[in-house]
Design a protein around this ligand. Structure first.
Ligand code: 5GP
Ligand code: MN
Length: 338
């Protein structure tokens, strides 16, 4: 974060504020880790804050220190609305367009609070008083570390903050293996370990939580995988029926999309997951190399994200979505090469 923005933030945090912190809809490890890490830090500064998540988040993150006090806009609607109405300062973390907050969007648009955006996705919208956007960062958690550093307060990072931030960096980098991982990411992770993040315990709590039904669902997903060798593409479909048969719970499909990329010569992997309640097919896109799934998702599936990891949605049926996807691939043949 540059020194001008740091000075603005310092002035804002020098006076008592009613602070609300917002992750994106369907919050992941980076979204929750950054919100909770920031909340613990603000508390050390004497600032109380409320985290309002647009909806529920996976069980494998519910051990994070402070997660018990997170408000879910769907379940704790009255309390969450009150916090938003009273807010004088709102942090939005791990997203850069208010549409990423689903139902919360209108409440945020109506708010008179000052906004601070901290995010690492491409093409940020212009809604914040302070926009700290850096697409070169591995994760928003790495940015929260840099944010605390810019405020000159690295010494305040305790085990709780370190645990939250390490978790988000670890999940968003695929355990430090995605291209967005830099030498700086490792330096930040090392510092967080020295400040109390227990990497073995964090890894176990996040990744060693398979239920038999999740593994069965993974089996269904892998069986459903379609490989289009000519396009160096692999995709998976999961219908609502298949999810229900495996007793699907939020977070169960996390990471499934990555299996496609483990196949030799596959550089584009996609998973289509039906959500009957919302009437959509939720899509995750992953790539290796220069093929931008951010642009692909933006152009065709009402989504976005990063060059190598993006999400989107389709309001068509599963069959029609797949048809549209497969026909689009022909237009990208030149880019889908190894
Ligand atoms: P995932 O596939 O894990 O849901 O998301 C991959 C990346 O794309 C994440 O960084 C996520 O924030 C972003 N992303 C996922 N869905 C959407 C979407 O609908 N719109 C935009 N702009 N980004 C998304
Ligand atoms: Mn992130």
């Amino acid at each position: 974060m540059n020194s001008t923005d740091a000075a603005v933030v310092k002035t804002l945090l020098d006076k008592p504020q009613n602070i609300v912190i917002i992750p994106h809809k369907n919050p992941d490890g980076d979204a929750m880790g950054s919100c909770l890490g920031l909340q613990h830090y603000l508390k050390l500064l004497g600032q109380e804050s409320t985290i309002v998540a647009p909806n529920d988040y996976p069980k494998f993150l519910k051990w994070l220190p402070g997660s018990e006090s997170v408000l879910n806009f769907e379940l704790d609607n009255t309390k969450a609305k009150k916090a938003l109405e009273n807010a004088s300062l709102i942090f939005t973390l791990d997203f850069n367009d208010l549409s990423r907050t689903g139902q919360l969007e209108s409440n945020l648009k109506e708010s008179n609070a000052d906004f601070i955006m901290i995010d690492h996705h491409q093409q940020p919208s212009d809604y914040a008083k302070v926009t700290y956007s850096d697409v070169g960062m591995s994760s928003t958690c790495e940015m929260i570390y840099k944010f605390i550093e810019a405020l000159g307060r690295i010494g305040m990072i305790d085990a709780q903050i370190a645990t939250c931030l390490y978790t988000g960096i670890m999940t968003d980098t695929g355990s430090f293996k995605f291209a967005a991982t830099t030498s700086q990411t490792h330096r930040v992770a090392a510092e967080l370990m020295e400040r109390g993040a227990d990497h073995v315990a964090i890894h176990q709590k996040v990744f060693d939580t398979n239920s038999p039904s999740r593994l069965q669902l993974l089996g269904v997903a892998l069986k459903n995988m379609v490989i289009l060798e000519n396009h160096h593409t692999a995709y998976i479909t999961l219908t609502q029926e298949e999810l229900d048969a495996s007793n699907f719970k939020k977070g169960d499909t996390e990471g499934f999309v990555n299996y496609g990329l483990t196949i030799e010569n596959i550089i584009f992997a996609v998973i289509f997951i039906e959500n009957k309640e919302e009437g959509i097919i939720k899509i995750s896109f992953r790539s290796i190399g220069d093929f931008s799934v951010n642009e692909f998702a933006r152009a065709h599936f009402n989504g976005g994200g990063h060059t190598n990891a993006a999400g989107g949605r389709s309001e068509l049926s599963m069959a029609a979505t797949i048809k549209k996807f497969e026909s689009l691939l022909n237009d990208y043949k030149a880019q889908l090469t190894t």
